[in-house]
Design a protein around this ligand. Structure first.
Ligand SMILES: Cc1cc2nc3c(=O)[nH]c(=O)nc-3n(C[C@H](O)[C@H](O)[C@H](O)COP(=O)(O)O)c2cc1C
Length: 282
């Protein structure tokens, strides 16, 4: 999944990477064609809704139209805010440009043969469900899942897929993860991946809970010496009180029920592909 969404100066600043690619849809279409010819799996593109002042709905559609016409790309992941290339940091580029979910929903209307995943600013399972109810094909949750995996991911199987609640506590999840993590380290050997790589998904597991700060400090120290997930956890987990480790997952945090309430009233006018101009003017 090539990313045409990264605003970092280290990436997009070099011209032909990240979100700068949105300015050259012909190149992206041709590159996707080559990528698709060299893999057996379906290819997809992740992008923003625009870059700097190239931010009209029509320009976004031209990008989608051209990439999907020149390559077998049928799936786009839309981070529904534009990127600003000059003056703000990558983190600010994930908060400052406003989200325009109406562009995403307009793409569903104007490209009925393509698949679109909605991304950007969706923080809870409630909000995922609200997006799906409005017709989203798929929803991608980034930072919320990473920063608070227990409350975000802990509810996914029941709330989205209707599976019975696992009833697991954090301690039980950590125990299962230790067996998995050490099996991964054992498979590859040679100190690669490092314990740090394997533990990364669990580093925010105690977000906002008592002991989290001490756990993080102990983790920093343990990464210097520990060669297994088991020894890493023996050094660090003592920072977390039993009451946190042994409590089952609580009710999911409430989402913003009205996040997409008026989205269909805000849709931009339908896109009309200017086929000759779009495909050959570049
Ligand atoms: C630390 C960090 C690293 C990221 N790295 C990538 C990346 O390598 N490729 C990519 O397409 N998006 C990357 N993103 C962007 C996310 O995939 C996502 O589009 C963005 O965070 C907005 O979604 P969210 O509001 O759900 O977090 C990254 C985001 C963060 C916070």
């Amino acid at each position: 999944m090539p990313s045409c969404g990264c605003p970092s100066p280290k990436v997009a600043g070099h011209g032909c990477f990240g979100v700068s690619l949105m300015l050259d849809p012909k190149f992206v279409g041709e590159a996707m064609s080559v990528i698709a010819a060299n893999t057996n799996v379906p290819v997809s593109v992740k992008c923003r809704i625009g870059v700097d002042d190239h931010d009209s709905y029509n320009q976004l559609c031209d990008f989608i139209y051209k990439v999907s016409s020149l390559s077998p790309t049928r799936h786009f992941i839309i981070h529904s805010r534009k990127a600003l290339l000059n003056g703000i940091s990558p983190a600010e580029n994930r908060t400052i440009p406003p989200l325009k979910y109406e562009y995403y929903y307009a793409l569903l209307r104007d490209f009925p043969d393509l698949t679109f995943t909605l991304n950007g600013g969706i923080n809870t399972v409630d909000e995922v469900n609200a997006a799906l109810r409005k017709g989203a094909h798929h929803v991608m949750v980034g930072r919320a899942a990473y920063q608070n995996p227990w409350y975000t991911l802990g509810h996914v199987d029941t709330a989205i897929y209707g599976a019975p609640s696992s009833g697991l506590t954090r301690r039980q999840v950590v125990e299962k993860y230790q067996i998995y993590g050490d099996a991964i380290l054992g498979t590859y050997g040679n100190n690669r991946p490092h314990v740090r790589d394997v533990m990364k998904p669990l580093l925010h597991f105690f977000h906002s809970e008592p002991g989290n700060g001490l756990f993080k400090r102990k983790a920093d120290a343990a990464f210097q010496t520990c060669k297994t997930v088991k020894s890493f956890l023996e050094e660090t987990i003592v920072a977390i009180p039993d009451s946190v480790l042994d409590s089952p997952i609580e009710e999911a945090p409430r989402g913003r029920e009205d996040l997409f309430a008026d989205v269909h009233d805000l849709l931009p006018p339908p896109y009309k592909a200017r086929e000759q101009e779009v495909l050959y003017a570049y």
